[in-house]
Ligand binder design. Structure first.
Ligand SMILES: [Zn+2]
Length: 156
């Protein structure tokens, strides 16, 4: 199944749910969007367009596109925010059930670590607990910058 209504990842891509910042990059098999969760401005999501719930089920085309796109998204997320480290994470469980896989590409700044007093998974928990979402305006501006960087890098 390529698109599943009721799946948040599919709904965001298909426009059934509001996606702040809109689509940042559309690949052949994968798409890049700004994260809708409270993980900070410049956090990107890299996910297959197809509804897939495990990495093991990725097609050859999806798997081939994934590595270079994660690298590029990480480079761009770092450049957008000045972060000294960019996490790449894949949990993709909702309510303890496998859901549409989506890689989180999260730029982490020194300021975020100091504000929450931690890093790594603890920082992600702290950010979810704080629940602070960037404004749609800030996301839109970040997404536009990200989109231009993707277009420029992939044009070379
Ligand atoms: Zn889906």
């Amino acid at each position: 199944m390529t698109d599943q209504a009721g799946c948040l990842a599919c709904d965001l891509t298909a426009g059934r749910q509001q996606l702040p910042g809109g689509r940042i990059h559309m690949g052949s098999h994968l798409v890049v969007e700004h994260c809708v969760g409270p993980l900070g401005l410049g956090s990107l999501i890299v996910k297959p367009l197809r509804h897939v719930t495990s990495v093991a089920e990725l097609s050859d085309g999806e798997a081939t596109e994934l590595g270079p796109l994660l690298r590029l998204a990480s480079e761009i997320a770092g450049e957008l925010t000045g972060a000294e480290q960019v996490y790449n994470c894949l949990w993709s469980h909702a309510g303890g059930e496998p859901v549409h896989i989506h890689y989180l590409v999260q730029p982490v700044t020194r300021e975020q670590m100091e504000r929450h007093g931690c890093y790594g998974p603890s920082l992600q928990v702290a950010m979810f607990t704080a629940g602070t979402l960037p404004s749609h305006e800030a996301i839109r501006e970040m997404a536009e910058r990200a989109s231009r960087l993707f277009a420029r890098r992939l044009d070379r």
